[in-house]
Design a protein around this ligand. Sequence first.
Ligand code: RIB
Ligand code: CA
Length: 312
Amino acid sequence: MASYIIDCDPGHDDAVALLFAAKFLPIYGITTVFGNTSITNTTRNTIALVDAAGLKIPVAKGAAKPLKGSIIKAEHVHGKSGLDGANLPDGKSQPRKEDATNFLIEAASNLQDLVLIAMGPLTNIAMAIKKAPNIMSRIREISIMGGSTSFGNVTATAEFNIFADPEAAQIVFNSGIPMRMAGLNVTSTFGITAPQVTMLCENTNFLPHNIGLSLNHYFTQQSKIYNRPYAPLHDICAVIPHTHSELIQYQRMYVDVECEGIFTRGQTVCDQRDIVTATSQASEKKANCDVALSSKGDTIVELALHSLLTYQ
Ligand code: RIB
Ligand code: CA
């Protein structure tokens, strides 16, 4: 059985994905990264969630900014705290002494079968690959929520987790470590509905109730931006292939990350051509990633809700 490290930037959908993963997978550790909000807040939110859920999982604090350029956040969606709406007290646990980069390297060195599940910008993982490429190459798979085969959400072409640090994403996709990508083309096609949020809010157990309150904030903010009757639970799609593999369908293809384009910086360029022979025009790159193309979204949401309701 593999061991799992979750790299995240909670973030409402990160919170749901984290609590869901803890019900199904042996989580060796959690690394935090800037993204939806500052590294201080994503780390605070992670420890608050872990302690409120009674999980004994080490948390290592990660990068506060991207490898290049300035930080972007998504506080217009997740709020100033990154988890607005949830009245979670600060957790009592302390983060590990080692930072996320060294936590990842030590885990890759010591564990025989390690899978990374990444739900935020890929800065921590890229820094670990740069520092110890041979050790990191021992990792079985990096399963990410990020990118898209088509449209973006920060720009017309770029999804937030990639746009927040394109250089990091390019390092990770070109590292040779097997990649699995759940992009917006799948993760934005389903989500939690208003009645489902209400059901969580009406639950009398502390954690389901407070996650419900937080998702009420998230649903409201999402509804101000998008005309759709649900709020996407993007990040759970990075977990599902390791818990319920039948619920998302993938195609293997070559993926790289655009870092220079005026209109395309942060785009995941997915080669969906079904090439049987190398074309004369381009040196065909070897497929490096299983890319999500379809899913059973309603079942995924039901599983997420059911797992949340098992917490006290
Ligand atoms: O684009 C969606 C991604 O950006 C999710 O991981 C969400 O949590 C935000 O980080
Ligand atoms: Ca996230």
